[in-house]
Design a protein around this ligand. Sequence first.
Ligand SMILES: NC(=O)c1ccc[n+]([C@@H]2O[C@H](COP(=O)([O-])OP(=O)(O)OC[C@H]3O[C@@H](n4cnc5c(N)ncnc54)[C@H](OP(=O)(O)O)[C@@H]3O)[C@@H](O)[C@H]2O)c1
Length: 256
Amino acid sequence: MRNNNSLSGKTALITGGGQGIGKSIVLALAEAGADVIINFRSNTRLASETADEVKSLGRKAWLWPYDLSRENVLGDYQEFSKEKQCPPVDIFIANASHQIRNPWEQVTIDEFALQMNVNVRSTLLLMQGVVPYMKKNKWGRILIIGSVQEKRPHPDMCIYAASKAALSNLVINLAPQLAPFGVTVNSLAPGVINTARNKVALSNPEYVEKTVRKIPLGYIGEPGDCAQLALLLCSESGRYITGCNYFVDGGMSLRF
Ligand SMILES: NC(=O)c1ccc[n+]([C@@H]2O[C@H](COP(=O)([O-])OP(=O)(O)OC[C@H]3O[C@@H](n4cnc5c(N)ncnc54)[C@H](OP(=O)(O)O)[C@@H]3O)[C@@H](O)[C@H]2O)c1
């Protein structure tokens, strides 16, 4: 079977696509020919730069600024896509997340709600919005960005880790339900990747040394380490893969 990663004629919606792992996936999809709808929360400058890079690849890019912790996720998306005349979504990537460090005894209801709403609720609502077209079209790709913490939860991030575990459970629940319609549902779970959310931690050499000791491959990953697997799972080459969870973590999930 020939490599068939072309996404020409496809439209992808990716949450948190303005920077980090999301940006890297946006560019991989655009290089493969997809047009991209990029959600972000507040960093308009970075999201616009990402959109410009997509356009320089000859693809279309739309920017959807929306804080996914808010309730009207789907309503706002539908209004936005109607106003901007975005095509229906063939590929949905739930990448944005909110992550709060706090020992479990001190987690507040607001912290709980914020992480669950951004990470889980918005993913469910957007899937409810985009899947009907995928089913009708008999082709679709859903990719959830999970975390090594599904398997190796950090003691100070129990709700974040639980939200990622909830998402991976959603994957195995929905994959068989959507398979008859040609829609695959998978998850890609990064380990420690060099992005803005880790900037402070990774500027501490002691933290880096301690962390790298937990990674069998012996180094911190880069956003690009996630992008090609995402592309495979979202393209025709990945048509026979569904309900799977792939760790992109240098082997970190194997060690504690
Ligand atoms: N980096 C890692 O080591 C690592 C490890 C395991 C899993 N992950 C997962 O990988 C995914 C991407 O992580 P990353 O490190 O690339 O993140 P990042 O560099 O911190 O970027 C996060 C992106 O999500 C957007 N975002 C955050 N909260 C949002 C909200 N409430 N509404 C809408 N957009 C929101 C941000 O928008 P703005 O740019 O506007 O702020 C940004 O575009 C996340 O699901 C994360 O949990 C990352």
